[in-house]
Write a protein that binds this ligand. Sequence first.
Ligand SMILES: [Zn+2]
Ligand SMILES: [Zn+2]
Length: 256
Amino acid sequence: MRFTSLGSGSLGNALVAEAGQTRLMLDCGFTVQETESRLARAGLAPSDLAGIIVTHEHGDHADGVFPLARRYGIPVWMTYGTLAALRDGGASAEDCAIRLVDSQRAFSVGDLLVEPFTVPHDAREPVQYVLSDGASRLGVLTDTGCSTVHIAASLSRCDALVLECNYDPDLLEGGPYPPSLKARIAGRLGHLDNRTSGEILSALDRSRLRHVIAAHLSQTNNTPQLARGALARALDCDPEWISVATQEEGFSWRTL
Ligand SMILES: [Zn+2]
Ligand SMILES: [Zn+2]
């Protein structure tokens, strides 16, 4: 199994996981053209994708999903709440093959097993996912305001984790955002700060953990150094061991 990010942050997110002949895209917050060029950079074309699985309706995760799915006939998995919220927001799922995700139930697409888990975030029915090929597990957690027992249980015993480090609390507090937006980001249905991400990491069963990638960093309220430092402190490891996904590049293929 291997995985790569096509970009990560508030301007767009997409990740691809591959096991055997199956490739799944996790979220698509980029235009079709942008997605095509980012996939090409990873050596892929849209026709290589067996499906797109979606975490929630926010534009940085979902804006490109239906256009890409429609253009290339790619099936889409999302919760009913996410679908309803996208439709209410004016998105058209016409000519897209939609499969509804039950947030309590794992499902398979080809060689990949997909385990959804619920998260507290200000969306209609948000989930995050663990992807596995039966031997290795990749856990992805972004867009959650805080941790829960359910999140910790879902992400334990992963071989790789892509973990949101959205903001540094001091930079957010002293930064340019209006008070209402600061409150939304820091709220229990907002985003994870570096320290909370570290706490989540240190509470997990990490017996199999070999890759940690900090993701969804705010370009205004965080720096790669701060995110890396917070996770390294939580793991008591060298900061260089922690990778950081960027908005422009994401991160290159990692093999489990
Ligand atoms: Zn997001
Ligand atoms: Zn979100």
